[in-house]
Write a protein of this length. Structure first.
Length: 261
């Protein structure tokens, strides 16, 4: 993908930067998910601004990336058949959600599980390229975003988070990840905070929905099963699974940014 590097992200399109970063992070170990992250970013970007020259240029390059990936993985059913692709992305999002949820319920609070919660919410965004979200996925997305904000703010303030579903208070999560020393999705991209659409209004969701989150039978991973840490184990299920690969640790600086109030 290096040959198809994107130009700087226009300010108008900053709301898609985290989906593009997630795509970049997943390029090697989950190219199918990376492809659909970019597809979501392009579709969303087209709705935001496809007329100004800088946005047209950016989205054109992004489309070139998608075409290149489509050629590269043209024999992959998850790319050619939407129903397979949807199942693949949903399975990966659920895997990350379950890992973070199990860590949370076990009282294991760390930056990696915060990122897993947040990335799961981004991947549920991506599922909208296949159609309207199910009520269950919409609830998972809101819960994951709220949990990421709540635990992030607790750790930042030196407080101990409460595990599992609790009385929810309004939290906003500044998912800014362009810290000094961390790579940017696009060269020259200026730091900016997460779009307001990614801020979870906690009081919109009844807590009772989360006392027993629905997952496929047997899908719960043990509390020590990671989705984003360097182990070769993963959640097993009957849906599509990537081959076990070594996954790098999350850079601690990614979550050192100040919270947005």
């Amino acid at each position: 993908m290096a040959a198809l590097a994107l130009p700087p992200l226009p300010q108008q399109l900053k709301s898609i930067q985290h989906h593009l970063r997630t795509a970049q992070e997943l390029d090697k170990r989950e190219p199918v998910v990376a492809y659909y992250c970019r597809l979501y970013a392009m579709q969303t970007g087209m709705k935001i601004d496809s007329k100004t020259p800088e946005c047209r240029k950016f989205l054109s390059k992004l489309m070139d990336q998608l075409e290149a990936m489509k050629k590269q993985f043209g024999d992959n059913e998850a790319i050619t058949q939407e129903i397979v692709g949807s199942a693949h992305v949903e399975n990966y999002a659920l895997k990350m959600f379950l890992y973070a949820d199990n860590e949370d319920r076990a009282g294991q609070f760390h930056k990696n599980m915060i990122k897993s919660f947040y990335t799961a919410s981004l991947l549920i965004d991506v599922l909208t390229v296949f159609g309207e979200l199910s009520e269950e996925n919409a609830q998972h997305r809101k819960y994951a975003r709220w949990k990421a904000a709540y635990i992030h703010n607790c750790l930042k303030n030196g407080e101990t988070p409460q595990p599992g579903p609790i009385g929810m208070e309004g939290e906003s999560f500044d998912a800014e990840r362009e810290e000094a020393g961390s790579s940017s999705v696009h060269s020259g991209t200026a730091p900016s905070s997460l779009s307001s659409s990614s801020t979870y209004e906690a009081n919109n969701i009844p807590t009772s929905n989360y006392t027993g989150i629905h997952v496929p039978p047997g899908a719960h991973a043990p509390a020590n099963t990671p989705a984003e840490v360097p182990h070769n184990t993963g959640v097993t299920s009957n849906t599509i699974q990537p081959a076990p690969q070594n996954i790098p640790l999350v850079d601690p600086s990614l979550y050192s940014a100040q919270s947005a109030g």
